[in-house]
Every structure is written in C-alpha cells, then in structure tokens.
Design a protein around this ligand. Structure first.
Ligand code: ASP
Length: 418
C-alpha cells in the first residue's frame, strides 16, 4: 500500500512535468494545425474534462457523508463549536497575512508603474456591495436537496452538521444510522481511490491542454506582475504555513509538504479547490493523520472560504492596477483592501477563475477602475493553477493544527514514510 501511494505521487509529478514541456512545445505549432484540432482540443481536452467530471461527481457525496460521519461520531457536540471557532479564526488570520504580504511585495517592486494608462471615469470610494446579512441568510438551506444539486457548499455543510448532531443525540436509531453512514464513508473513500488511479492521465491531459493553449508568451508581457504574484505565493505557502505548523502544532513542515505535494499538483491541474476536495480530504486523513471528525469539517469549509492564494493575487493585482493608472492608494485604502480581499476570498467559489471576478469587488471598494482586470486576464489562467494549489495547502495546514489541538490527530501516521 505504501509503495502504491508513493508510486502514484511520483507518476502524478512525472505527468505534470511532461505535460508542461509538451504543452509549451505544442503551443509553438499554429492553432489551426490538426494537432490542436484533434489531439489537444479533441482527445486531451475530452479526457481531461471527463476526469474533472468524475471528481466533481464525488464532491457533494463525500462532503456530505464524511461530515455527517465526523459529526455524529464526535463524543461531545460542544467540541464542534470549538473546532468551528478555531478553524474560521485561523482561516481569517492566514488570509489577512497573505494579502498583507501581497501588498508589501507589490509596493516594494512597484508592479505596473511603467504602464501609465489613462482612465476615462472618475472613481470615488464606493460602499461595500456585499451584504453580510445576505451572506449569513444564504448559509442556511431552505431545501437541502436543492443545495446539493447546485453544489452550494456552505448550505450542504450546515445541513450535514445539523443532521450529524441529530443522529448523535437520537439514541438507538441514531446508532444504527451512524454505523451505516460510517460504512458508506468507507465505500466512498474506496471510490475516490479508484478514480485516483487515473490521476496521472487526468493531470497530464488537463495540463497539456492548458499550456498548449496559453503557452508562456503572455507571461513575458506581464512579467513583473506574474513574478511578484508567484513570489508571494511561494513565500506564503512555505513560510506562513511552516510558521503556523511549527508554532501551533509542533509539526515538521518538510513532512507536511512532502505529503501534501501530490494533492497540490492535483489542485494545480484542476484549478479548483472544490473539485480537489476528495483528494485533499483523503490526503489529510490518510497521509497527514488528521481524524475524520476534524478533517471532514475543515477541508470542505476551507475549499469554500479559505483562499490565501486568491487573496494574494488580488492584493498584487490591486497595486498593479493602481500603479498602471497612476492612481494613489492611501493607507486607509490599503487597509480597506485587506478587509475587502479577505471578505472577497471568502465569497470566492473554489472553481477556476472566480478570484478574478471577485477582484472587481476589491477594486470597486477602493475606487480603482474595474476595467483594469483586462490587463491581467491573459496570465490569470496560469496563476489560477498555482494559487489553487496554495489555497488547498493552507486548508490542509489548518486541518493539521486544529486536528492536533483537538487530539484528533495520529502523530504516527503523520511521521510515517508514505
Ligand atoms: N481557482 C481558485 C480555487 O478554486 C479560486 C480562484 O482564485 O479563482 O481555489
């Protein structure tokens, strides 16, 4: 079993590197060539999309069953409140750190200041367009089936928690259902395992298509912006997570990264934290040793509200656009960016490219031209891949910390060499 795990990870890494190289080579071939028509946009794109659909198929069942399973086996329901407070607290803190780092580095490198663009509109400070009241109301499902059908993750999470609590306090009928749910959870984990065997091929098809279509040409034009986002993503994912792991949980970050790496590649190739939930969850439980009672709550919630990577892109993009249009952001505006980007990243769904859309909220909030987004759209696809990997790494680190603090953590499994 151990050998199979590391072989799979190795194959996924090989698939990713091969796909990037082959994709960049294919990008040199004219887009009308039959290689693009039949191979890239035909075969590889189709197989990649089928792979994503297979993973998506499991997201709602795994989040729901795994969370009900986790909650109904919690010895003490009050624990849930504590886990919730710690998780959300850590998510907010890490996102604030991420965006602050982004603003600092973007200012330091003065990204976008060579562009000197003009804007026709007059921009004023606008009121916050996100209603907290609405966000809160929308967290509760009127119809849980509809919430599942539409993949409304927060609503599914709320329903699963309430159902789990009801099962836990229901006596004999509750015990019967709890053991059934537990069996169902084991079956779903096997199901994910089956699909994971296809991961190297799926990852190859997704990445080769992406690089064959985008190439690296665009990066050259937006080199400064691209590199600063990449640099901050790298600093945050390694430093912030390491500090948190060492400081709060006394865990070795190197082991953490070695074990989480294949899940990060998976997030990289799908550009979606949500689609990656089954993989992140199984990695956190089976490799890092976080027990289901914590992981089943922390990971789906993180995939929905914790977007450190997205916040970083939004921070650098805000400074880039301000500089490109020669607009000055006051200290108050920068603080506003931190608050709004944190809220915006909570509101960003864990699917490809949404971070760019919620960036509009941040720009509007500080009175910057929303059309500035057009400047960075070209390189966003590639950055989206990297930031999604950073997003799920943050979720996993928080899962370890909360798991350890709640004694829902198997230290042996964490240090075991798999
Ligand atoms: N693709 C990102 C995610 O799924 C969200 C984004 O930044 O667009 O985590």
């Amino acid at each position: 079993m151990q050998g199979a795990h590391s072989k799979l990870t190795r194959n996924i890494i090989i698939a990713m590197i091969a796909a990037i190289i082959i994709g960049i080579i294919f990008n040199q071939i004219p887009q009308e060539h039959f290689i693009h028509t039949y191979l890239i946009n035909g075969l590889f794109d189709t197989l990649g999309l089928i792979f994503i659909i297979l993973m998506k198929m499991l997201v709602v069942p795994i989040v729901f069953i795994s969370l009900v399973d986790g909650v109904c086996h919690l010895s003490d329901v009050r624990k849930l409140g504590r886990i919730g407070v710690k998780t959300i607290g850590l998510y907010l803190i890490t996102t604030c750190v991420a965006i602050t780092l982004a603003l600092l580095f973007a200012k330091l490198f003065a990204v976008g200041s060579g562009a000197h663009l003009m804007t026709s509109k007059t921009f004023q400070l606008q009121q916050n367009s996100m209603s907290l009241k609405q966000m809160l109301i929308n967290s509760f499902p009127q119809n849980p089936i509809e919430a599942m059908a539409n993949g409304k993750m927060i609503q599914v999470i709320v329903f699963a928690i309430l159902l789990g609590i009801a099962i836990a306090v229901a006596g004999k009928p509750g015990e019967r259902i709890a053991s059934f749910i537990n069996d169902l959870n084991s079956i779903l984990l096997k199901f994910i395992g089956m699909i994971l065997y296809l991961a190297p091929y799926g990852v190859f098809c997704l990445i080769v298509t992406q690089f064959a279509q985008t190439g690296v040409k665009l990066i050259v034009e937006l080199f400064g912006y691209f590199m600063v986002v990449l640099l901050v993503l790298l600093i945050h994912v390694t430093l912030t997570n390491s500090v948190l792991l060492v400081f709060f949980a006394r865990l070795n970050p190197l082991i953490f990264f070695r074990k989480i790496f294949s899940a990060m590649i998976f997030a990289f190739s799908t550009s979606s934290s949500t689609v990656s939930i089954p993989v992140t969850l199984t990695t956190v439980e089976n490799k890092l040793g976080v027990k289901n009672s914590v992981a089943a709550f922390v990971i789906p919630l993180g995939a929905t509200i914790n977007m450190d990577g997205t916040a970083i892109m939004q921070g650098v993009a805000t400074i880039f656009i301000a500089n490109a249009y020669n607009l000055h952001l006051s200290v108050m505006s920068l603080l506003m960016v931190i608050v709004t980007a944190t809220l915006a990243s909570i509101g960003t769904a864990g699917v490809p490219g949404v971070g760019l859309i919620t960036l509009a909220v941040v720009l509007q909030q500080v009175g910057l031209p929303v059309e500035g987004i057009a400047l960075i759209i070209g390189v966003d696809r590639l950055l989206d891949m990297v930031r999604t990997a950073v997003n799920i790494a943050g979720d996993s680190a928080v899962a370890c910390i909360v798991g350890k603090s709640e004694q829902a953590f198997t230290a042996d499994m964490f240090s075991k060499n798999i």
